[in-house]
Write a protein that binds this ligand. Structure first.
Ligand code: SF4
Ligand code: SF4
Ligand code: SF4
Ligand code: FES
Length: 950
């Protein structure tokens, strides 16, 4: 375990941000020569020379402000005592940071602060972790001459409204760090300093409490506060941490680095890590605060088995659970054939866990029936980007957005689903980059404080490819193609065919206006802006992939980027925003039925022979079953056993009736998870999993960055997932033995060319690594396809628009599309077990006022939501965020049954389900749907069975 003490972590606060000017300046501070980049503050220069100037309002994550006057210095030849935080270092300066005069001035400043501060240091939650206390010591304050009896703020009332942190204004020194953090780092602008002089105070929103303000609970203000004014409730309750472990957030694909801070084995705080290359010290409400699920009372910590899903669960030893599973799987294979069992890996598990899982299936099950939950989200990304560029991954690192001039967001909602990256994007937009949003719904980015999209193209769900072709038409017919880039980098014949294809009149914005519902004028304007506005960067999400033409759309975006030369450097690219923490990694590790790790087809003899030699077993050259094929085969009685790790297919996969019928048809379902999830209702074996805090491993984020997950506490159920998989493989007669996940990574590196240079030692040394990492790129690859595409010539593919077969009509006249909300995560198994439910305790149906009025629906009414697949009900929210004819909901709560509605349609290339387009009708109702009643009954049964097991 790598334990970082308070001293060895990268926690020296140098007061002001790093500057990157190429010119440098040399000055003398307290007699020491220092050379720093031009623009560096004296405070930072001093800190780099090992001299810490006292400070309160300055911190190196924020621009200097110069309000507290504690950091005064003397500069030879200058009058007065300038603030070192706001004064840039200059060539030849001679600076004094310490002398009697400065010490007296600083003590005077501190005296004023302390005279209006509660003197409860010994009982204060921040005792020992308070910059005000530290500075009082640093300036040698020994007495407060003004007394404590004058006017003060000591009686100010605490705001406890936020579930995770308190605001105690009696301790506030009005340094404004919180306000600036909310503006500069988070970009929410929820805080202000109200009034002036002595009356000045921090105010959330319009003098509201934090919960009623625009605050999104990112924690940046809490992080920035130098006193106990803004403080985590867990620290107030349990005290300051005594040790910390560096790890990676287990929620979304941004992959933020955190310090898990602990007392013994109790986590008391998750602090975003300043040197984390994906997050640079920032966080969102999920990673920062919503970690309590890891020790939630509903965690299952004992293996359980049952003969029939009608029986109660019976707790058993690990030995019995593993032996039972192995015997059931072998029995099924004897009865139904070698291909009658398979497994699903999880994008929430580590790379190492995913790797050993697919290895067990290929080597011990003896087939390629392994698939991943990435099937239902980003499989078209893998297919499309590999076809066009040669690599199944995004092209850029996150920092690239700092150099983007035009940002094109398609089918993604970064402020909700990828909040930390969204903050970086918003910062770039505030600096002047232009924004185009292509989304049926008015996502927050379209208009928010200091950010406004130049174009919002609110297309009808299902018309993405039509929109892309129209954008391409403008670029091809208005002379906006980067001919030089295309000639040098792309296949000429394919480009010629593509140019001819998109130039046809039927692809014009005017022709596509009727299809997309977006004005031709806006489409033309957006296309011109993307093609001519400087560096154009595309960021996209599941609103692109989860369509019957998901792969076509990924290819279309690749075409657009190639045609405009927006690839192969900083500030450009085609970038998938990955949903789960390890979607990229689970695909990289060979979770698909047709590919080994590193995206090598199982039929390719070279890679297969290499795996056979290393693993000592013959491997099947035929691809196995995808998840939907597994369901279909279960109903055909040819697929009868499933190992489902860290994935809740009964809730997350489309067309719930079909999924649960398939699950009910199988003879042995093994669920390996933290909680008895929805799939467990159909399971015969439950194996308890380990949370990210309980194991070692790596996650790979959306920018191909491999970051370490480090064990902070022992596994509550004895084993991490990789250990359980090895035990099962052994019981099946194929021993797999590793002493530590680092040995699994060594094997991955040995067998996967893009990972050849990756090892735990190197990750520890560099902090994280972006693959490809090999001899050609020993420290990894932040930006791909520089100079040439990985596949050689970039491939243009014709992207004919084929309307989905899911059509509206008299019975189902509205289109349902789905998405996520900031406070919840996917199927909600984790976030629903935290205080995040205060923000979103049920899924709501958004409907346009016009559609609501036509149906007599008022705000908050319960409405039935009906498609040809099934029906459910939820409460309605009337809003113009959705356009007429479109309704929208989230899918975080199982009882909402959002996937009861979705259909069996899927992407033509990858079978990624078409979650984003379902024809529905909405009508008033006063009761739950039949499915919801059945669901409630099933849950009751589950509880009784669970209780019986206890
Ligand atoms: S709440 Fe904290 S950061 Fe904000 S002004 Fe007060 S002391 Fe400074
Ligand atoms: S928690 Fe984040 S959003 Fe809320 S006030 Fe603080 S910085 Fe702003
Ligand atoms: S942005 Fe994603 S990775 Fe970062 S803290 Fe939030 S959920 Fe975790
Ligand atoms: S730290 Fe420089 S003025 Fe406050």
């Amino acid at each position: 375990m790598t334990v970082h003490s308070d001293i060895d972590r990268a926690s020296i606060d140098r007061g002001t941000p790093e500057r990157s000017a190429t010119q440098s300046v040399t000055l003398e501070i307290d007699g020491m020569p220092v050379t720093v980049p031009a623009g560096t503050s004296i405070m930072r220069a001093a800190s780099l020379a090992g001299i810490q100037v006292p400070k309160l309002c300055a911190t190196d994550s924020l621009e200097p402000f110069g309000s507290c006057r504690l950091c005064l210095v003397e500069i030879a030849g200058r009058k007065g005592t300038p603030a070192s935080c706001t004064t840039p270092a200059e060539n030849g300066m001679k600076v004094s940071t310490q002398n009697d005069r400065l010490a007296k001035l600083r003590r005077g400043v501190m005296e004023l602060y302390i005279s209006d501060h509660p003197l409860d240091c010994l009982t204060c939650a921040a005792n020992g972790d308070c910059e005000l206390q530290d500075m009082a010591g640093a300036v040698g304050l020994r007495e407060v001459r003004y007394g404590y009896d004058g006017a003060n703020h000591l009686g100010a009332v605490k705001d406890e409204s936020n579930p995770y942190f308190t605001f105690d204004p009696s301790k506030c020194i009005v340094c404004s760090r919180c306000v600036r953090a909310c503006e500069e780092v988070q970009g929410t602008f929820a805080l202000t300093i109200d009034e002036r002089g002595f009356a000045s105070h921090v105010s959330a929103g319009m003098n509201e409490d934090f919960m009623d303000s625009e605050c999104v609970s990112c924690g940046a203000c809490v992080q920035a506060c130098p006193t106990a004014t803004l403080m985590e409730k867990t620290v107030i309750e349990h005290g300051t941490p005594e040790r910390s472990v560096l790890t990676t957030c287990a929620y979304c694909g941004v992959g933020c680095t955190f310090e898990a801070e602990l007392q013994g084995n109790r986590v008391v705080r998750m602090t975003p890590y300043k040197d984390g290359k994906a997050n640079h010290g920032h966080s969102c409400v999920k990673g920062r605060f919503a970690w309590g699920y890891a020790t939630h009372k509903e965690r299952v910590t004992k293996p359980m088995i049952r003969k029939s899903i009608k029986d109660p669960w019976r707790e058993v030893s690990w030995d019995e659970a593993i032996a039972y599973t192995a015997s059931e799987f072998r029995r099924i294979q004897q009865k139904y054939g070698k291909g009658s069992i398979g497994g699903i890996t999880s994008s929430r598990c580590t790379n190492e866990e995913v790797y050993v899982m697919q290895k067990m299936i290929r080597a011990a099950f003896g087939n390629n029936n392994v698939d991943t939950c990435a099937r239902v989200c980003h499989s078209p990304t893998g297919y499309g980007l590999k076809t066009a560029f040669g690599t199944s991954a995004g092209t850029q690192d996150f920092d690239s957005v700092n150099e983007a001039d035009v940002i094109l967001v398609i089918g993604a909602n970064p402020t909700d689903a990828h909040p930390v990256f969204a903050s970086r994007m918003k910062r770039r937009l505030r600096e002047g980059a232009k924004l185009i949003v292509v989304d049926p719904r008015q996502i927050d980015l379209v208009r928010m404080p200091h950010v406004e999209a130049s174009y919002h193209l609110p297309l009808l769900p299902g018309t993405n490819v039509a929109m892309l072709n129209a954008l391409a038409h403008v670029i091809a017919t208005e002379g906006l193609i980067d001919e030089k880039f295309v000639a040098e980098n792309c296949d000429a014949a394919e480009f010629k065919a593509w140019r001819e294809f998109v130039s046809r009149p039927e692809s014009s914005p005017e022709a596509m206006e009727k299809v997309t519902g977006v004005s031709a004028k806006d489409i033309r304007g957006a296309a011109r802006l993307y093609a001519t506005g400087g560096n154009g960067a595309i960021y996209y999400g599941l609103g692109v992939t989860e369509h019957s033409q998901g792969s076509t759309m990924v290819l279309g975006m690749a075409n657009l980027a190639m045609a405009t030369g927006n690839l192969g450097r900083n500030g450009v690219g085609v970038n998938p925003l990955r949903g789960q923490n390890n979607v990229q990694g689970s695909c990289d590790m060979g979770s698909f039925p047709h590919e080994f790790s590193g995206y090598r087809h199982v039929s390719e003899e070279g890679p297969r022979k290499a795996f056979e030699k290393d693993w000592g077993v013959a491997l099947d050259p035929e691809p196995g079953l995808r998840i939907p094929n597994m369901f279909d085969s279960a109903l055909d009685k040819t697929f009868m056993g499933l190992f489902c790790q860290g994935e809740d297919i009964a809730q997350s996969d489309p067309n719930t009736h079909h999924v649960t019928a398939a699950l009910s048809a199988m003879e042995c379902i093994v669920v390996h998870d933290l909680f008895l999830n929805e799939t467990a209702a159909y399971a015969h074996v439950f194996l308890p999993g380990a949370s990210f805090l309980e194991k070692d491993g790596t996650f790979t984020n959306a920018e191909r960055r491999i970051g370490r997950v480090r064990k902070a506490i022992p596994p509550m159920a004895q084993y991490a997932e990789w250990e359980v998989t090895c035990l099962l493989s052994q019981a099946l007669g194929y021993p797999m033995h590793y002493n530590h996940p680092s040995e699994i990574m060594d094997e991955i590196a040995r067998l996967t060319p893009t990972f050849a240079g990756v090892s735990y030692d190197k990750i520890d040394e560099l902090g994280s690594i972006q693959w490809p990492c090999n001899e050609k790129a020993p420290e990894g690859t932040p930006v791909m396809h520089i100079g040439a595409f990985v596949r050689g010539k970039g491939k243009f593919v014709l992207t004919e628009y084929v309307p989905t077969e899911e059509r509206t009509g008299p019975r189902f006249p509205l289109l349902l599309t789905t998405g996520r909300i900031l406070s919840q995560y996917n199927v909600g198994a984790q976030t629903r077990r935290t205080a995040n439910v205060v923000w979103h305790d049920e899924d709501i149906l958004e409907i346009h006022p016009h559609d609501a009025e036509n149906r007599g629906i008022r705000e908050g009414d319960r409405v039935a939501l009906v498609s040809r697949s099934g029906d459910t009900s939820m409460h309605a929210h009337i809003t113009e965020r959705v356009q007429p004819g479109v309704v929208y909901t989230t899918f975080h709560h199982p009882e909402s049954g959002a996937n009861v509605i979705t259909t069996e349609f899927s992407d033509w290339a990858t079978n990624c389900p078409e979650y984003k387009v379902t024809a529905v009708e909405v009508r008033l109702t006063n009761r739950e749907s039949r499915w919801q009643e059945d669901y409630a009954e099933l849950q009751k049964l589950q509880r009784i069975e669970t209780a019986a097991a206890e």
